[in-house]
Design a protein around this ligand. Sequence first.
Ligand SMILES: [Ca+2]
Length: 133
Amino acid sequence: MKTKAMVAGGAAKGVRATLIAAAATGAVLVLAAPASAGWGTSIPGGYGNARTIGVQEDYFQACDTAANNIGVYGRFILANSAGTVDVSDGNGSAAGCGEQDWTQTPYWATRLQAIQRDGIASPWKNTDGPSGV
Ligand SMILES: [Ca+2]
């Protein structure tokens, strides 16, 4: 089983190598944004969306964006066959989204989908896992 630490460790080594190279050349160091700020997918028609936040794909968000009295949730498939996590936007289309923080766990999402409770859904989206590449 591939763990988050194993994958993230590989990415961290890459970052360190970049920092060393920057120091060696005397370049001004500007920390770039992560290669990926997460992966998202939207329900056609503007009903809502779901996304992962952060390079480790372990912070989940679902947003209901249509005031149609039909709720929206995100469905996140965890790596290593660890299961499925549904995240509801509890206040409907009002400001704010539903969120779940899995950053302090070994788990991350490999796939996600946004689903309106009448069955209209976004396409599935695959993430790149914790590597952030
Ligand atoms: Ca709605």
